[in-house]
Design a protein around this ligand. Structure first.
Ligand code: CXF
Ligand code: ZN
Length: 366
């Protein structure tokens, strides 16, 4: 079958809209007609060659669409089902067995190598191999092949066009708060960085009943947005030291902190902002080999903790429906971050995300 896809062929260069061939789904694969896909920062990092994904490749890993066709062994979904496509996992390692697929032992090969485990791709152009299977989907395309492990059914009456980001950016921030840090009512929380991940964390902290929610960012517009979705305090580190401000607001530091920037100096400050027994989560990828510098006595003596978090420690089959339900009930307004673009304007969507004009772009296939 012929499809239209946005192909990354050269680092730092715009994606090119191309007509490709897609194979029929194999026995364990699912063909989805993509309705809309979110643009995640990771797509841009990969386009720029900073992670080990080969090119040419079709990126996109926040797909939402409708199942068209399933392979013979697929039981989870049937044609006509509305789905989102999330990260892929092996289903067999100790983490997957414990229903912690975001810590799959094969997370990197399954999501970043952009081929099937046997090395093949379902995508090609006049015989040229085009890498697909990025995050088990490659959803910057009118059609995508995904798997039972990374397909999540959503209610047919839910607004499918906005749901893609739940599959990565939104579940990353919300899950960090709800699943990994386990923020509870009455606690204090600080988030460093107010992109779509950080703002999702703010919304989730409000849902969790945190009473002090501090957002830190150098962009005042984003801080205003954070206040609108639940932040009780904001700090712009261009004007004040974030750790000093957090200690002033909370007296002993926050119970929970979350770094979304991946900047090692910011992480150091986030840990210094913790109260005794406080926990700091980190979820951004720093350049390879980066090291975090901590004040050892401060860290050790307060029983403080620092944890890595991938995809919000989400078990997507459970967590994405929870987020859809919270949104339906008006408690989790992640749609306020979204700007839509037609698919053929995907490079504009990417540019607006890079220059900060848009918090969370979604391209609609139309
Ligand atoms: C990624 C970010 C880099 C580390 C693995 C998980 N999430 C997707 O955008
Ligand atoms: Zn992502």
């Amino acid at each position: 079958m012929k499809i239209t896809a946005a192909v990354a062929r050269t680092i730092h260069a715009p994606l090119t809209m191309e007509t490709l061939d897609i194979e029929a789904p194999r026995d364990d694969e699912i063909l989805v007609r993509v309705v809309a896909t979110g643009v995640c920062h990771t797509d841009l990092v990969v386009r720029d060659g900073l992670l080990p994904t080969p090119q040419p490749v079709v990126l996109g890993h926040e797909g939402a669409g409708i199942v068209m066709k399933v392979g013979r062994s697929v039981r989870k979904v049937t044609p006509g089902d509305h789905v989102v496509m999330t990260f892929n996992s092996c289903g067999a390692c100790p983490s997957c067995a414990d229903h912690e697929p975001s810590y799959c032992y094969e997370f990197f090969p399954r999501n970043f190598f952009a081929v099937r485990p046997d090395g093949t791709s379902a995508l090609s152009r006049d015989g040229e191999l085009i890498h697909g299977n990025f995050f088990g989907q490659s959803s910057f395309a009118t059609h995508a092949i995904c798997h039972e492990a990374n397909v999540v059914k959503v209610p047919n009456d839910a607004p499918l066009e906005i749901l893609g980001p739940l599959a990565c950016g939104v579940q990353t921030g919300a899950g960090a708060v709800m699943n990994a840090l386990k923020v509870t009512a009455g606690k204090s929380f600080a988030v460093f960085g107010t992109g779509s991940v950080g703002l999702s964390a703010v919304m989730a902290a409000k849902v969790a009943g945190a009473t002090t929610i501090i957002a830190v960012d150098t962009n005042d517009e984003r801080l205003a947005f954070a206040r609108g979705v639940g932040a009780t305090h904001t700090v712009n580190p261009k004007r004040a030291n974030a750790t000093d401000e957090i200690l002033a607001v909370t007296s002993a530091g926050v119970d929970f902190a979350l770094d979304t920037t991946g900047l090692t100096e910011v992480i150091r400050g986030a840990v210094l902002s913790l109260a005794p027994r406080g926990v700091c989560g980190i979820l951004g990828a720093s350049p390879m080999g980066s090291e975090i510098n901590l004040d050892e006595v401060h860290f050790m003596s307060g029983g403080r903790r620092l944890i890595g978090i991938v995809e919000g420690s989400s078990n997507p089959d459970e967590f994405i429906p929870i987020l859809v339900d919270l949104h339906t009930r008006g408690l989790f307004p992640f749609d306020r971050m979204i700007s839509f673009y037609p698919f053929d304007k995907i490079n504009e969507a990417i540019a607006d995300s890079e220059n900060g004009r848009t918090i969370k772009p979604i391209v609609r296939m139309g």
